[in-house]
Each structure stands twice: as C-alpha cells, then as structure tokens.
Design a protein around this ligand. Sequence first.
Ligand code: KG4
Ligand code: ZN
Length: 340
Amino acid sequence: MTKENIYILGIESSCDDTSAAILCDAKILSNVVASQKIHAEYGGVVPELASRAHQSNIVPVVHQALKEANITKNQLNGIAFTRGPGLMGSLLVGTSFAKSLAYGLEIPLIDVNHMQGHILAHFIEESGYKKPPFPFLAMTISGGHTQIVKVINYFEMEVIGETIDDAVGEAFDKSGKILGLGYPAGPQIDKLAQAGKPRAYQFTKPKVAGLDFSFSGLKTAILYFIQREEKVNPNFVKENLNDICASIQYTIIEILMDKLKLAVKQTGIKHIAIGGGVSANSGIRAALKSAEKKHDWTTYIPKFEYTTDNAAMIAIVGYLKYLQNDFSNFDVMASARLKI
Ligand code: KG4
Ligand code: ZN
C-alpha cells in the first residue's frame, strides 16, 4: 500500500523555542516558531523559565500551525515530538502535549531524536535544495551540540567526533558576552564580523586529537586577550569590535573546517551536510562553498529557517518513521541525554 498525503504534526520544545510544524508527505505546510525572549535578560537559557514559557506557548503555536497549513486536527495521521536530547523541563511539555493529542485523536505517536532532526532536515522537499546521497557526513553545530556524524542511512548514524566541553554555539555566545553583546551573540558576531578583518588578532586553536572538538580554551583565551588590551586602552573593544568579531569567527571556522577535512580524509566521504543554529553563520557557509571547489566536496546547507531549532525537522523525521510504521508506545519518556 502506498502512503500518500500523510499529514504529520511535529512538535519541538527541547530548549527555548516552542515550535509546531505541519508536513504533507515531505513538504512543509507550516512551521511556526515562538522564540522565548525572556532569556536575553539573563544572558542564557534559564531552564525553569523555558518550561513555563513552553506551557503557555504550546497550544497557540499548534493552533497557528494548523491554521497556516489550512487543515484541521482530525486530518492528522501522526504526531511527532522531540524526545531528547534537551532540557528535561522543556522536553516534558512537548512530550506530554504530543501524547495527549495523539491519544485523543487515536493516531500514532512518533518520538524523534532532536539531533537526527537537525540532520534529516535535509530531506524536507524544497525547490532549489538537493538532498544528500548516503553515506554523507553531517556536522551538527548549535548552542547545545557539536558533532560530526557519519550518516549511513536515515536511521543508521555514527557519531565520529564531538565536543569534549562547550558547544560551538556556546563559544560564540560566551565570546559575545565578554564583548558585552546580548544573548544569543552568534548572529551579532556574524554581522559585525562582516565589516572586520579576520586575521586582525590571532587566537590559539585547541589541540584535541582525532575528530573531537574543544571550545572552552578559546573562550578563556579571548577573555585574557581582552583584559590585557583593555589595560592599555579601556576603549579597545568599542574601537575594534568588528575586527575582534571577525577574528573570533575566523578561528572558530578554522577549528570546524580542520576537523571536517580530517573526517573526509578518514572516511573518504565527500558529501558534507551541516545543521543546527550555527549553520546559519555566513562565514561557515562561505568556507564550505569554497571547499567545494578546493577539495571537490559537495556541500548541503539547509534553508535558513531549518537551521535553528524548529519543528519542521521533527516532522520530517516523524514522516520517515511513519513510512516504516516505527511508532512509539504511550509510555515513552522524554530523555535529556538521548544519544543518536
Ligand atoms: O540549533 P539552535 O537554535 O539551538 C540549539 O539546539 O542549541 O542553535 C542556537 C545557537 C546559538 O548559540 C546561537 O548563537 C547560534 O546558534 N547561532 C549562530 C548564528 N545564528 C545562530 N552562531 C553564529 N552565527 C550565526 N549566524
Ligand atoms: Zn538544536
């Protein structure tokens, strides 16, 4: 039996974005994201506040997603939700909501790994975007994770490298905090860097063996560098902000690209996909594009709205699992440290 016109509702609530998306087969009909502004006041995500905001956002966000998709909840064939990894209090809101709705509608419930979502977002049907062929390498770069994954098939993935401390998004955000930028600092550093000189200042790159990453040393190096310079010129940051941002971004991109080159060398796989909030960065996108020519890679860069956390990527995994009748039991639990 062919399965056609399958409507899946995806729900994402792993961190500080409440999101709901409706998909018809592999096409996105709606992808609503309510970003929680409250955390900016604290310079980072406050878990307790995040779960409370999910509670008040979840119903209106799902309503809006159904409305924009122009379908009713009775037309849904299945409900996919983020089971983990993420903040437990946040995950519980999406998990409980998805369970209740699927139970009420008597339709399948499908649990999704958030990291698989970032990777499989490349299989959303979008004109002008190509899908990576198997096997490919996926680099997931966000505020919570930094991994290089060998993707053998939709649900056969092997993590071949990951951060041993901070995630790359944290490196952006914490560096931004040192510079007095608001949270999240990644997009601001990206913007400011475009008017700066990437080699103005040099920061030592971490020495981590193999395909693993480390970013905590970079943050400390930046802190000491700024403290040293401010002793000489108290206005150092203000006067050189573009160059400082460009240099930080350049160093982070070099760290990522060095590991990717090593991963390609070790695996022989030259199809490279990226995902996660940091894949919105213009510098990493440009570095990948130039590697296409230089190293004969084929790169897959997601559409902007599928980079930061969103439910469309959860819905596409839900759809792929639906096709395999891979459904969850209703006693499935959220899992903060869920592995790929
Ligand atoms: O995937 P995401 O929305 O949430 C997590 O799963 O963490 O990623 C958020 C992260 C933040 O650290 C943010 O600063 C970073 O992605 N980010 C960027 C850019 N846009 C978002 N970092 C650098 N350049 C950007 N343009
Ligand atoms: Zn994420």
